[in-house]
Ligand binder design. Structure first.
Ligand code: 5GP
Length: 136
């Protein structure tokens, strides 16, 4: 079954597009963190970023960088957050890969925060080894 984003991309339900090309589109989120909150969505439907085709991934940096500039320019914000919820346990509600880009202003009260804790002795090195072993 097509995701809600595939339906927007197909024109079956409405969406406000910032741009659309052969690989990616940006659409305004209907429940914005701040006005102009945009979703960068691949035309290819896959739940996780790592499942996207190589040409789509290769174009991601360019489209993302340009979208951060568009959000900053349109909003006058000095900063943006780029957020990816890659899987339901990370808060992904729509099972079609996407990146959130939303404007941030000093003292806007919208700080993303999570409980960061220091590593126990030796754990930082062990985790670096685990990730190096997992790198493909
Ligand atoms: P996720 O939690 O999956 O990372 O984010 C999904 C986002 O899609 C949410 O921020 C939500 O507001 C947005 N969203 C859900 N349904 C629609 C829709 O029908 N149209 C648009 N434009 N955004 C949607």
């Amino acid at each position: 079954m097509p995701s809600i984003f595939s339906k927007i991309l197909a024109g079956q339900i409405p969406g406000q597009f910032v741009f659309r090309d052969e690989l990616w589109a940006a659409v305004l989120d209907i429940r914005p963190v701040s006005p102009g909150h945009a979703l960068l969505i691949p035309l290819h439907e896959a739940q996780h970023l790592a499942e996207l085709p190589a040409p789509t991934l290769a174009a991601l940096g360019d489209r993302l960088a340009r979208l951060t500039v568009a959000v900053k320019t349109a909003s006058g914000a000095p900063a943006v957050n780029v957020v990816v919820n890659d899987g339901p346990a990370a808060g992904q509600e729509v099972p079609h890969a996407h990146l959130h880009v939303f404007a941030r202003f000093p003292d806007d009260g919208k700080r993303l925060s999570w409980p960061a804790t220091p590593y126990a002795d030796g754990e930082l090195t062990r985790w670096a080894e685990r990730l190096r072993a997992a790198w493909r």
